[in-house]
Design a binder for this molecule. Structure first.
Ligand code: GLV
Length: 331
């Protein structure tokens, strides 16, 4: 009998078709948002789930007695209750690497837009205010030759650092552990403590995964260390930054500007951001290029099929999050 699979949100039709070759697929191409109870109901008879921008928590797993694989179409997995999955011997997988360069690009887009006041000046121009040139008109901060401070030197952080070479930047970074001397040499990056980074960076870039350990690691105290001319860019997760403290710092011009792709509680976000001209806001589009989203979707399918013992990589999913459950039978 074919396994049963749920796809939680709308996705490329070719991805649905690819899964249909192996499984009985319940696809949500109407893109309805399932609450935890509805998710639980949908998962009750499924063997696998392709998670597209959805939360799978203990409630959602409550009736999922057959579920063997939860394949997340994202690199971050704070939307999954991994402990509950591991306890239930359910394999969880994610999609690292294929989105590194696209996400690094967006970090740069936001940093540059914030530093050079791009959205602010465009809104002003569109509103018909441009009557004459002025020597300070939308004067921002430089990128070229500045110091870039990267918090989180994983694969995306490294891709961001690599781009800094072309901009003649000094790169400092802070990470749970120092990367190898070879990587540091290649990136021309220097490991510093968080305080030094916040004090010295002209542009701070946040790329750490979200967890209890990284909750609000940038708060009032850290923002107070930053130069008034500095920018802060967050392409990781909203919960990393204390947004109330950031709003105050931006409002009082204690830092120059911010670029934010992620928000605590998104898609809801603090409306105070909308009142600030010195923040560039995007709706969590870090990995949003069509080729990258396609690559993520297909990698998520590779993981799902392999986890279910199907396809060419059967039994060997490329990206297990909790590999300890591999081989443990369920059901
Ligand atoms: C996007 O935020 C991801 O984690 O892939």
């Amino acid at each position: 009998m074919k396994p049963k699979i749920l796809i939680t949100r709308a996705i490329f039709p070719e991805v649905v078709e690819r899964l249909q070759a192996h499984a009985e697929v319940e696809a949500n191409q109407d893109d309805i948002l399932f609450d935890p109870a509805e998710m639980a109901r949908r998962l009750a008879d499924k063997d696998g789930v392709l998670v597209v921008a959805s939360r799978i928590d203990a409630v959602a797993l409550g009736q999922a007695t057959r579920l063997r694989v939860v394949s997340n179409m994202a690199v971050g997995y704070n939307n999954l209750d991994i402990e509950a999955m591991t306890r239930a011997h359910i394999l969880a997988t994610n999609t690292p690497d294929v989105l590194n360069e696209t996400t690094a690009d967006l970090g740069w887009v936001l940093m540059m837009a914030a530093a050079r006041r791009i959205t602010e000046s465009e809104h002003w121009l569109r509103a018909g205010h441009w009557k004459q040139w002025g020597y300070e008109l939308f004067a921002g901060t430089d990128i070229y030759g500045a110091t870039l401070g990267i918090v989180g030197m994983g694969r995306i952080g490294q891709a961001i650092a690599r781009r800094a070479r072309g901009f003649g930047m000094r790169v400092i970074y802070h990470n749970r552990s120092q990367v190898s001397p070879e990587i540091e040499r290649e990136l021309n990056a220097e490991f510093v403590d968080k305080t030094t980074l916040m004090k010295q960076a002209d542009h701070v870039m946040l790329v750490v995964p979200y967890s209890a350990a990284t909750h609000h690691i940038i708060g009032a105290a850290e923002l107070a260390l930053m130069k008034p001319s500095a920018t802060l860019t967050n392409i990781a997760r909203g919960g990393i930054v204390d947004e109330t403290a950031l709003i105050a710092a931006l409002r009082e011009h204690r830092i120059a500007a911010a670029g934010l792709d992620v928000f605590e509680g998104e898609p809801k976000f603090n409306p105070a951001f909308l009142e600030l001209s010195n923040v560039v806001l995007t709706p969590h589009i870090g990995s949003a290029s069509l080729p990258t989203r396609r690559a993520m979707a297909h990698l998520a399918v590779d993981n799902l099929l392999a986890g279910l013992g199907l396809g060419p990589q059967a039994g060997n999913p490329p990206n297990p999050i909790n590999p300890e459950v591999l081989g443990a039978s369920r059901g």
